[in-house]
Ligand binder design. Structure first.
Ligand SMILES: C[S@@+](CC[C@H](N)C(=O)[O-])C[C@H]1O[C@@H](n2cnc3c(N)ncnc32)[C@H](O)[C@@H]1O
Length: 212
């Protein structure tokens, strides 16, 4: 196991104990939740969706509940987060999501397998070279014309939320977080061969949409 993988396994072994709290604190309001933002962007047609860095499944469990025609696959490197995801799915009575323990930088899927790829609140945790490799893999497994949705932290516009964000999120994140927050997504995704579409804002997050 690489040092990087060991670090992820350990970090998320600990975080899996409290991970549910994050959604309660930052995304309890449906209107400003990026989870609902993602849900509203996905149609119920027969299509394959891959959620990279699946975590506890928060991003796509809602999709599985509301869009039964969408075939969902989730991958994550952390055994503990996947175990928590399975517990969450059992609680919600969801059986249709297939999950795999897999590294986002080396996916076991063929080229152009998925119509949609999503990644939520994960790229900011990665070293720049891991981000590059992950984006290259996402590009490879996404079908031509497929859509790529990224949910990431954004500094809130509301004064009180901004203070709360600044006092909480950066202290939990790695040293690369400050630079990550300066990314110009249009330029960055274009450099990675995607066609940038738009950014929607939620109170603590941004929702970035691109196509292949
Ligand atoms: C902060 S969590 C986000 C989870 C979920 N997407 C969400 O929105 O709540 C980041 C997740 O990325 C996973 N991860 C980090 N690097 C990874 C990699 N190279 N391959 C697969 N999963 C990875 C971690 O195990 C963790 O579950």
């Amino acid at each position: 196991m690489s040092t990087y993988e060991q670090k992820i396994q350990l970090k998320f072994k600990l975080l899996s104990k409290i991970y549910g709290i994050m959604d309660l604190i930052y995304f309890s309001n449906k209107k400003s939740s990026p989870r609902y933002g993602l849900l509203n962007n996905i149609s119920n047609k027969h299509q394959r969706l891959l959620d990279v860095c699946f975590g506890a499944g928060h991003s796509v469990i809602l999709i599985a509940e509301n869009k039964p025609n969408v075939a969902i696959t989730g991958i994550d490197m952390s055994k503990d987060m996947l175990a928590l995801a399975r517990k969450n799915m059992k609680k919600e009575n969801i059986s249709g999501i297939e999950t795999f323990e897999m590294d986002a930088t080396q996916m076991d899927f063929g080229d152009e397998t998925f119509d949609i790829v999503t990644i939520s609140l994960s790229l900011h945790e990665m070293e720049p070279d891991i981000v590059q490799k992950t984006l290259a893999e996402i590009f490879r497994v996404l079908k031509k014309g497929g859509v790529f949705y990224i949910t990431e932290w954004a500094v809130p516009r509301n004064f009180f939320k901004r203070i709360f964000f600044k006092c909480t999120i950066p202290i939990m994140e790695p040293g690369t977080f400050k630079d990550f927050m300066k990314i110009n997504w249009n330029t960055f995704l274009t450099e990675h061969q995607f066609t940038f579409d738009r950014i929607d804002r939620y109170s603590y997050t941004q929702f970035i949409v691109a196509t292949k």
